[in-house]
Design a protein around this ligand. Structure first.
Ligand SMILES: NC(=O)c1ccc[n+]([C@@H]2O[C@H](COP(=O)([O-])OP(=O)(O)OC[C@H]3O[C@@H](n4cnc5c(N)ncnc54)[C@H](OP(=O)(O)O)[C@@H]3O)[C@@H](O)[C@H]2O)c1
Length: 325
């Protein structure tokens, strides 16, 4: 059987190609992909700025949803016909993708495969960085930079479902309003003047316990300035730059923790542990409808370049998907 997949011709050109459908290893499932999530990392990979691990598929795409059509000999949790979503080690921009059994989960009740493709990256990123590294507690205050992103829209809802107070930043009043509609109690527009001052004026200086930072750069000083004593600041992206000046005095006086991570850096076993924790903590919220993926738009697989251009334009809110069926 043939697989359709998107290949990188050069940094400006993506092409649809075909090859043989891959076979699942003993602990893997083969998924007939309905939808694939589009992530920043895919754009960076297309631009040649994201070195992929040696054992990963060179095909773009880190998350998919669809139907299990073949299983490896050691698979116990899934059978052919199951509707699943999964984190994949590359290879998501395709009609068929391989996933480890322990990096997949059955679609929660009431969710479609369209919803499912928007879940794995965002759920695991938020769980690992906000709940695991950030040790968010009910009743504490969470600041999410990039509240309008695929990651941020999920982070706002997960923080609220857990019983935290959630504030955020976004670019432009329209996006700020949409983050407020997700439930954030305060959203600052990073394009509308001094960010620290906006958050200070709203009364949050020294009261923010966990910060999820997709921006870096000059936001690092804002984070250190506004954080509560013993706060955890978790860096997952560098949209404003990878270099920052750090006031160590703030760190030692407030006993701050500054950390960060990448999903690939968690290792396969770490990601599997994350998915088990997500099944316990987050799937009940998805089943109850208190957490829902926010999807801006879907493109046919062969128009993956249009989806990338949309992401690079920065005009989207929430997740972008490819229809691979
Ligand atoms: N470390 C990890 O494991 C991990 C995993 C997944 C994603 N990430 C990172 O998380 C971020 C979001 O990923 P995504 O896939 O959800 O992408 P996305 O939907 O395209 O979101 C990008 C976000 O960055 C914000 N942004 C862009 N330029 C900015 C600037 N100059 N200053 C402040 N904010 C700015 C955007 O805000 P506005 O649209 O409101 O302007 C938007 O919220 C990316 O940086 C990505 O690399 C990290």
């Amino acid at each position: 059987m043939d697989r359709r997949y998107i290949d990188i011709e050069d940094s400006d050109t993506l092409v649809l190609r075909t090859d043989r459908v891959p076979e699942p290893g003993p602990e893997e499932v083969l998924i007939a992909v309905d939808f694939a999530g589009v992530n920043r990392a895919d754009v960076l990979q297309r631009l040649g700025l994201y070195p992929i691990p040696e054992d990963a598929s060179p095909v773009m795409g880190l998350e998919v949803s669809g139907t299990v059509v073949d299983v490896g000999e050691d698979i116990r949790r899934f059978k052919t016909g199951d509707k699943v979503c999964a984190l994949v080690h590359g290879g998501g921009y395709a009609s068929h993708a391989i996933a480890r059994e322990d990096h997949a989960f059955l679609l929660p009740g009431g969710l479609t495969t369209r919803d499912g493709a928007a879940l794995p990256e965002a759920l695991l990123t938020v769980w690992h960085n906000v709940f695991n590294l950030g040790n968010l507690q009910p009743g504490s205050t969470l600041l999410i930079h990039g509240g309008s992103s695929g990651i941020g829209t999920m982070g706002v809802q997960m923080g609220l479902a857990f019983g935290a107070r959630v504030i955020a930043t976004a670019g432009g009043e329209q996006k700020c309003q949409r983050v407020r509609e997700l439930g954030a109690e305060f959203v600052a527009d990073y394009r509308a003047g001094d960010l620290a001052q906006q958050i200070d004026t709203a009364g949050y200086r020294g009261k923010i316990d966990v910060i999820l930072d997709i921006a870096g750069g000059d936001f690092v000083a804002v984070n250190l300035d506004l954080a509560a004593p013993d706060a955890r600041i978790v860096c997952i992206g560098v949209m404003r730059g990878a270099k920052a000046e750090i006031d160590l005095f703030q760190i030692l006086m407030k006993r701050l923790t500054v950390t960060g991570s990448t999903l690939r850096g968690m290792g396969a076993a770490g990601r599997a542990d994350g998915f088990r924790a997500i099944e316990d903590l987050v799937l009940p919220w998805l089943n109850a409808g208190s957490v829902r993926p926010v999807i801006e738009d879907v493109w046919p697989l062969e128009q993956a370049m249009d989806a990338h251009q949309k992401m690079q334009s920065g005009s989207h809110f929430g997740k972008l998907l490819l229809n691979c069926g």
